[in-house]
Design a protein around this ligand. Structure first.
Ligand SMILES: C[S@@+](CC[C@H](N)C(=O)[O-])C[C@H]1O[C@@H](n2cnc3c(N)ncnc32)[C@H](O)[C@@H]1O
Length: 257
């Protein structure tokens, strides 16, 4: 995976396809069960990160909120939904159909503010192969965490690859939500999907951030976002407004294009 991402012709072609609005027309699919990441995948709803997210939302009052990694909707999605204004819209992206179903039920009370989209956040061709994931894990700096501490690096690379490569009909969901649904860049983004995709998702998102935006990142002392954090600390368009070490680290930053 190169550090500089380009939107390919393939992505441009699929971008015009219709969105899978509510249906989940998936054929049944035999999937191995993922070992559960430790200690828990969800952000703490009464923790410092949750408070910082809600603070930023109440300060900036974003109207077009985007999230990757909905999970069951009871973590960050609920934290965001509780703070946003009733006219604002949150599009939250999840690639696992079972979590999509759970989340749709768990956030039903926030209708019509919150919309759970089933799909892959990034274009499918940007998913790294197992060998590239393994290389990333092997060059993880000291002090950065990775999921599944009891597994070998080879096994972790395999599980990460399986976590991201779920059967979905729609990919490039970040772009679809921004260009087809909001029709304008988002003004709040939370990135919290698979551990090996944080940096890739961030680079993809940056192609579309053309207006001021609040960015919330979970797992900044982790494979997920240690490179994203290093990037935003050096880039003058970003101002870190809150950060903490809860779980594997988090940050909230303001972006000015
Ligand atoms: C760390 S969990 C998210 C936790 C959630 N934000 C919370 O606070 O409860 C990551 C979620 O992202 C989903 N996921 C992984 N890769 C994805 C991708 N590329 N696009 C969409 N969802 C993805 C996984 O299925 C999983 O439910």
């Amino acid at each position: 995976m190169s550090d500089q991402l380009q939107v390919s012709e393939t992505d441009k072609r699929i971008y015009g396809e219709p969105i899978n609005e509510v249906g989940d027309p998936l054929v049944s699919h035999d999937e191995p069960e993922l070992p559960v990441p430790v200690p828990s995948v969800s952000i703490e709803t009464d923790g410092e990160f949750a408070a910082a997210i809600q603070d930023a939302i109440q300060t900036h009052r974003p109207q077009r909120l985007l999230e990757t990694g909905t999970h069951d909707g009871c973590g960050s999605t609920t934290v965001i939904a509780e703070a946003m204004e009733s006219e604002a819209r949150l599009m939250t992206i999840e690639n696992d159909i079972n979590f999509v179903r759970a989340a749709r039920s768990n956030v039903e009370r926030f209708w019509p503010m919150v919309h759970v989209r089933h799909g892959l956040s990034i274009p499918r061709h940007l998913l790294p192969k197992e060998a590239a994931i393994l290389a990333d894990i092997q060059k993880l700096p000291e002090g950065c965490a990775v999921d599944w501490p009891d597994l070998s690096n080879e096994e972790r690379a395999k599980w990460y690859s399986l976590e991201a490569d779920k059967p979905v009909h729609i990919d490039a969901m970040i772009r679809r939500c921004i260009e087809l649904e909001f029709r304008k860049p988002p003004d709040f983004v939370m990135l919290d999907s698979a551990g090996h995709l944080g940096w890739i998702e961030f680079q993809y998102l940056m192609l579309f951030l053309k207006l001021p935006c609040v960015l919330a990142l979970d797992d900044t002392k982790h494979l997920k976002h240690y490179r994203t954090l290093a990037f935003i600390e050096k880039d003058s368009r970003f101002k870190v407004v809150a950060r903490g070490s809860e779980r594997f680290g988090w940050v909230v930053a303001e972006f000015q294009p």
